[in-house]
Design a protein around this ligand. Sequence first.
Ligand code: AMP
Ligand code: GLY
Length: 423
Amino acid sequence: MKVLVIGSGGREHALAWKSSQDDAVTKVFVCPGNAGTALEEKLENISLDLNNFKEIADFCKNENIALVIIGPEQPLVMGMTDFLQANDISTFGPSEAAAQLEGSKTFSKDFFIKYGIPTASYAAFDSYNKALMYLDEIEFPAVVKADGLAAGKGVIICNTKNDAVSALDSIFKDQAFGEAGSSVVIEDFLEGEEASFIAVVSKDKIIPLATSQDHKAVGEGDVGLNTGGMGAYSPAPIVDEKIHQKIIDEVMTPTMHGLISEGSPYLGFLYAGLMIKDGEIKVLEFNCRFGDPETQPILLRLKSSLVELCLAAINDDLESHKIEWTEKHSCGVVIASQGYPESYESNKLVSLPNNDGGEIKLFHAGTKLSSNNEVLTSGGRVFCATALGDNLKEAQAKAYNLVDQVSFEGAFYRKDIGFKGIK
Ligand code: AMP
Ligand code: GLY
């Protein structure tokens, strides 16, 4: 059986690597992939135009692809799943309509209210002046969010009214996020501890994946600019059994049923970004895909087949699927290019560890191969050094040991990934 993974990040390296572990899988194509997926056994990078769904469908037919897994949000929000499914290609990922949960903050906030899903109070505006006037009515800190996809950068925490005015200026006047900033959500600032709750969903059936916690801020102790995520670990002790059940009852179940009532039942990974405080949960955002870097530590813990899990969801057979995890803990540390999440340099030569595999795995993200097969940096987040251990402390030590074996000019990483799980 052949699989196609769409995307090029650390998440996609992990999805493709995990898919390739099945004996039944002979080949995993990754489009466009990175140096890590180019070097991996059974994996092959393929260059197709991701905006040309017909080209992708033709490739799937010619290669007899049994499963397509779409990694990033962009092609999902653009309707790649709808197109491939209409061409009878077995595709794992939500429809364009269901992906609006991530694609539009206004859509998702309105959806939360309609279906009674706990979230921060908010107001939405498509006019600069009205948004500006609203700032007189609220307390600070508050959060200003560009409506559309902004690669994790469209959320601005504003400590003062002045900060919020600057945020509105940059979104509406400077159009810092382009079309994604044609409207904004302004919401209450929530305190607490964040967790990522990710599940495989098919209509009203759900298989929650192992819990995890990301580290969004660029600096140690969670300070500095927000990034796509600087590291993650699994399981996350903040999501105890009681909170887990509450998330299922108050967030995931009403979301699945809400989408069915809206005529767009969900298929794919569904990711709720949550704020947890004093046993209460609120949804910060939904993502219509697996998290990056959460995928890397979570999949290292998955013992059963990812391909069978995705196919069970597509074939409406989640109820009979059995998912298996190792009891071990995992930790993934992102190695980034100096300057990220702002501007950074690329094309730096990388020196890699001699071997990895088994319980220690270096997932590539922003890397590419040079013409003479050297690994060069090509992105802000370059690697995620991921390891299993008997406890989080051991997993963390092994992940940092792997980090120490990777070098390139300007490499940096947070030295405290997992600290909340250990304290
Ligand atoms: P989002 O893309 O909406 O998840 O926002 C990205 C990050 O911004 C979240 O992971 C939080 O760290 C932070 N954030 C978003 N909304 C809020 C909020 N209402 N209160 C506090 N922090 C927030
Ligand atoms: N790690 C956060 C995200 O994938 O959105």
